[in-house]
Write a protein that binds this ligand. Structure first.
Ligand SMILES: [Mg+2]
Length: 403
């Protein structure tokens, strides 16, 4: 993985939470803005605009202190669902460029574009069109670092902020890093920084002049890592987090309900939707999550992890019903929304030798129905357990055809 020709990108949105707020309310542009809470509230700054940073405000600082530094800043509570939505759109744009994608936060990700030059031209061109799409479709700016390793790409994107692009060519890593403060390197916290300072080291270049045995003697295994990092050597690859993916379906009722057969039938319908998508993607799941929103908007999720990975509608439904039964037993209140999701996804490698024969039957039946539905539409086939829906609401499938 350490081949010199790697083209690793680190893409990082600038002042993400604040930028999303500025897109919603253009009056916030160019002003000191702090997302995290009201100035008097407990808690810390989640994100500060560059104008607020000029006053010494940074993420993680207590809000009260931020207020003392800049009382005329605009303090916003922020909205996590809003940032999550923007993040999903951001990741979707990146995924258009390559599946070799590793999100490392809501607003940043590594990509491996090695070997893509014949398609995109120079990597920097691809990075520029990425920046353009992010700006055009989400309205926020991104900074991108390109380098032969994750370490170099990350530091390059930091230096590119805001709205910049920095590329480090293979062979130039050491030169690029040399003038930087050692705190720029990952794993250099304040303790390591002090220790290195006592050795007379303040820049990465000075660190690179120290021998491997000396660093090892002073810092143990971290000394080995620093010896490599000072030269820009970092063999980690971009890792696509398959397991992080999830599939879910949910539906909000027109009227809040506690009708158990109806809730169960809805859950069956949603389980079939989730199961169909799972099989279409060639995946199995080991974790099933039920979501309920009560009439008072209180929302709960209940999950169960399975011993074996499954993808049969019946298996998803069985776990969902068990979770539903327990949730309603704990709290009998009208339900406004019900949903079911699967996560911890793995490839569809056969595990049937481990499963019982009834599960094998279910899976075979699912595949037959998948084929028919593929041909005639999802609602062309109705399975027995969703019959209460048809009786209660003849147009249910039209209403809740939640694709
Ligand atoms: Mg960022």
């Amino acid at each position: 993985m350490c081949d010199k020709g790697r083209k690793i990108l680190h893409v990082d949105l600038d002042a993400f939470f604040v930028s999303v707020e500025q897109v919603r309310n253009p009056e916030l542009w160019g002003r000191p803005v702090v997302v995290g809470g009201e100035p008097g509230a407990r808690g810390v700054v989640a994100c500060a605009s560059y104008e607020a940073r000029a006053y010494g405000i940074y993420a993680g600082m207590p809000l009260t202190r931020a207020y003392r530094l800049c009382p005329h800043a605009i303090f916003l509570k922020g909205s996590f669902p809003r940032y999550r939505d923007a993040s999903a759109r951001f990741i979707a744009i990146l995924a258009d460029f390559t599946p070799q994608l590793e999100p490392t936060g809501l607003d940043e990700a590594y990509l491996d574009l090695t070997g893509f030059e014949p398609i995109y031209g120079p990597t920097s061109e691809a990075a520029l069109s990425m920046k353009q799409r992010i700006k055009g479709e989400i309205g926020v700016t991104a900074s991108i670092g390109i380098g032969p390793s994750k370490l170099v790409a990350k530091i390059a994107s930091d230096l590119a902020k805001p709205d910049g692009l920095v590329e480090v060519a293979p062979g130039e890593e050491r030169l690029f890093l040399a003038p930087l403060a050692i705190a720029r390197l990952p794993c250099v916290g304040s303790k390591t920084e002090q220790l290195l300072k006592r050795l007379g080291v303040t820049t990465v270049g000075e660190l690179a002049d120290l021998s491997a045995p000396l660093l090892r003697a002073r810092l143990g295994s971290m000394g080995d890592a620093l010896y490599r990092y000072a030269r820009g050597i970092d063999e980690r690859g971009v890792e696509t987090p398959l397991a992080a993916k999830s599939i879910s379906r949910e539906t909000t009722f027109i009227g809040d309900t506690l009708d158990y057969p109806f809730l169960k039938a809805t859950l069956r319908y949603l389980s079939e939707r989730v199961g169909a998508e799972l099989r279409r993607e060639g995946k199995r799941t080991r974790c099933i999550t039920l979501k309920l929103r009560y009439a008072d908007f209180d929302t709960i999720t209940r999950s169960r992890t399975l011993k074996w990975a499954i993808n049969a509608d019946q298996a998803i439904f069985d776990v969902g019903v068990a979770l539903l039964g327990r949730a309603l037993w704990q709290r009998r209140q009208l339900v406004r929304l019900i949903g079911i999701g699967v996560s911890s996804l793995i490839g569809e490698e056969r595990q049937l030798s481990l499963l019982d024969s009834s599960m094998e039957c279910w899976e075979r039946l699912d595949r037959v129905i998948d084929r028919l539905r593929h041909r005639y539409g999802f609602t062309a086939i109705q399975r027995g357990q969703t019959l209460p829906l048809k009786d209660a609401f003849p147009t249910f499938f039209e209403l809740y055809g939640c694709n």
